[in-house]
Design a protein around this ligand. Sequence first.
Ligand code: DGY
Length: 320
Amino acid sequence: MKVFITRVIPEKGLQLLQEAGLQLTQWTEKRDLTPAELIAYCKQHDALLSVGPNKINSSFLQECSHLKVIALHAVGFDNVDVPAATALKIPIGNTPGVLSNATADTAFLLMLAVSRKAFYMHKQIGKGQWGFFEPTANLGIELSGKTLGIAGLGKIGFEMAKRCIGAYGMKVIYHNRHTNQEAEEVLKAEKVSFDELLAQSDVLSVHTALTPETKGMFNKAAFDKMKRSAIFINAARGGIHNETDLLNALNEKVIWGAGLDVTNPEPMAADNPLLEMPNVAILPHIGSATVEARDAMAIMAAKNIMAGLKGERLPFVVNP
Ligand code: DGY
């Protein structure tokens, strides 16, 4: 059986697949495959291990309906038409849970960096701008006792909330479609409406999936309802915020600052004005980029491939 892998993945995942006697082809070029290339490779393979933003849409799935399994090396599956895959009986796997710590760390890092303008200050030193000490200059804001609002409190949001409670005793509110019982019991998190989330959050951290409902939900109307002292964090998907509206909100001091691990589009252009703003911290979508998380993701993806090729239910499955 042959498996096509769209990027170089950690050795631990490859090893499992090799030990299972599978024939592997890895795409090693440092660019995304075009849709036509992806189809051409998949036509010669039985399974796809997909890393990155490959569009697994209905036309791809129709062309590659022979695939026995598609395993994502990611928790997010907004790039996959899951109903179309389900209709074609193609199981889709993902990697939930193992990247929650790493991604929550990234959101926490961004929050702290924005609150003290850390990335901007670092750049200023490199430009010879250490400057004269002034008690009224370079001021950040403190996080102790503030309110953390989570948009989409699942596994990653839970870990972010735990960190903010542990470090700063923050009060946690959240907006979800469903009540998160564990978060309410363990974190004393309070479920609120979207408008309440906007109005009450000192830090608003986005951890929801990108869906038609959440696409662009943080737009001008939303930023206008936030506190002028609020910090906006997005470590989920760039499509959830409107980047022009975010830039305007920061320029017009509608909100205080923003930290992004995801942008829209990705990669962000090097001359994006957000990169020059003092109260902004941007990272290049590295939420899950730790040795521990990436090893675990590669192992889960490999296990999904092996199960799918045997016709077994995937251990980490996305299809209903
Ligand atoms: C995920 O796992 O969804 C990460 O954002 C990588 O795409």
